[in-house]
Design a protein around this ligand. Structure first.
Ligand code: 5GP
Ligand code: SF4
Ligand code: MG
Length: 473
């Protein structure tokens, strides 16, 4: 099941801090809060005003850093990254932040997202002599900056970023500046905060809570921030205005429930998704509602509240195995699910169970859980999914499946129900999802990207656009 990986900027987590003597330690805590966004590798690059110093490695945040390494990384600013697992393009050279040393000034970059024109840009750069060190798309950005004919440095960065298409929430660090940028659609989340006088930037606001920073605002789509010892300056990548399109799956699955995206709390949004679903299947008869831990507990609570059917802990997660999608093969994946979840027999035996889950990608996970509940004695299993059928691949950094792997691209809801052996199967409608997220914008769909459900991509897609990678879940 290994495919060749060329684009490697999947769902990841980024963190940055400017103006604090403990920048490396605080980045370490920030990455801890963002660990759910990537478990394959982690890195921090600090600046002390004279030079950039990296600390990075493969594995979990706790495996990569220790006190000694953090203490050695002295500086007043840092950018940091946690990396999502990949099917074959791993290796330390792809662990971010990527650091490029050069006589004209070193720089480091950390990126979350996927560039849809990376191949095109890379080919042009290679034709004009650039040599790439990693298989990461992120390197393209650095070469574009270095090759830009604009001047001074800020103009080079602006010019380079204006050529990127797709999804990016990124940070660039030089010895005396931190640059923060988000793509024009705002596909991936990025928030700005303050910790005393220090500026803090993170993929999710849960990182601010952990270090005691105060949320200031979300970085705007298309925005470009320069942070230096003189303060923060706000610019835009270009004058283009694009439709706002925050990834809907961030609310459904990826983000942590205690994070707020565009001021909407993820737990509350999930609860409302559960409520919407309960309204959509009004009148369903069942004895208990259970969520698949952890991502669907909030929505199961919402479903129970709305339907009046009691919420129960029907499934328990073993916290000491990682998310199942780190397992690379189908066989391991199957074993992984069993290692990860156990049914609470007393809760489900003889009961009509409503099982709430966030999404169906291939259908493997749901099938296993339905079977597990039935083996534990459930009389009926009604599967409620808090997102619409995923019929189209994502080009912006998550999911990463090709169409053929998405069960909903080739099967009707009834066929999926049959495949996962559920008694009934219901997906949340796109309208229900938009209502549930209740985002504070008037844009279409509340400014959500819904492309994997609707096929309506907010950016152009090129024939050689590389899918982030083979999904592992
Ligand atoms: P599948 O249907 O592919 O067997 O598994 C779907 C489940 O995998 C979802 O319920 C979700 O909890 C989990 N999952 C892991 N990684 C991802 C991802 O990148 N996107 C989505 N939508 N679900 C994922
Ligand atoms: Fe998110 Fe789907 Fe859009 Fe990808 S296509 S960014 S998963 S909503
Ligand atoms: Mg799940």
């Amino acid at each position: 099941m290994f495919t060749e990986i060329r684009g490697l900027n999947e769902e990841c987590g980024v963190f940055g801090i400017w103006g604090h003597t403990e920048s490396a330690q605080l980045s370490y805590y920030g990455l801890h809060a963002l660990q759910h966004r990537g478990q394959e590798g982690a890195g921090i690059v600090v600046t002390d005003g004279n030079s950039l110093r990296p600390v990075k490695g493969e594995g979990l945040v706790n495996d990569v850093f220790n006190e000694e390494k953090l203490r050695a990384a002295t500086g007043h600013a840092a950018i940091a990254h946690v990396r999502y697992p990949t099917a074959g393009g791993g290796g330390i050279e792809n662990v971010q932040p990527l650091l490029f040393r050069s006589s004209t000034g070193s720089l480091a970059i950390a990126h979350n997202g996927n560039l849809v024109n990376a191949n095109h840009l890379k080919q042009n750069l290679e034709r004009s002599g650039s040599i790439f060190n990693s298989t990461s798309d992120t390197e393209v950005v650095i070469h574009l900056i270095k090759k830009s004919s604009h001047s001074p440095f800020r103009a080079k960065v602006k010019n380079a970023l204006s050529l990127l298409k797709g999804a990016f929430a990124l940070m660039i660090l030089t010895k005396d500046m931190m640059i923060v940028a988000r793509d024009r659609n705002g596909l991936r989340p990025l928030s700005l905060g303050k910790l005393g006088d220090a500026w803090v930037v993170a993929s999710e606001t849960c990182a601010f809570d952990l270090i005691g920073a105060e949320y200031v605002r979300d970085v705007e789509p298309g925005e470009l921030l320069y942070i230096t010892n003189n303060g923060l300056e706000v610019d835009r990548i270009s004058d283009d205005i694009a439709p706002r399109a925050m990834c809907a799956m961030e609310y459904v699955y990826f983000a942590r429930p205690d994070s707020n995206i565009d001021t909407v709390n993820v737990h509350m949004a999930r609860k409302r998704m559960g409520r919407e679903l309960a309204r959509e299947v009004a009148g369903i008869e069942a004895d208990v509602v259970t969520g698949v831990p952890d991502s669907s507990l909030s929505s199961a609570i919402g479903f129970a509240e709305e339907s009046g059917i009691p919420y129960e802990l029907g499934l328990i997660k073993n916290r000491y195995v990682g998310r199942t999608f780190i397992q690379p093969t189908q066989e391991l994946r199957e074993r992984g699910v069993k290692m990860k979840l156990s049914p609470v027999v007393q809760v489900v035996k003889g009961k009509r169970v409503i099982m709430v889950d966030d999404s169906i990608v291939r259908g493997t996970t749901s099938k296993r859980i339905v079977r597990m509940l039935k083996e534990a004695g459930a009389a009926e299993v009604h599967v409620m999914i808090t997102s619409p059928p995923m019929t189209n691949p994502c080009f912006y950094g998550i999911d990463t499946s090709t169409s053929e792997q998405l069960i909903a691209s080739s099967h009707s809801v009834e066929e999926i129900r049959e495949a996962i052996e559920a008694d009934t199967l219901t997906f949340l409608t796109p309208e229900g999802m938009v209502r549930a997220t209740a985002r504070p914008f008037d844009d279409e769909n509340g400014g959500l990207c819904m492309a994997c459900f609707t096929g309506n991509y907010p950016t152009e897609i090129f024939s050689d656009t590389v899918l982030p990678h083979e999904k592992e879940c």
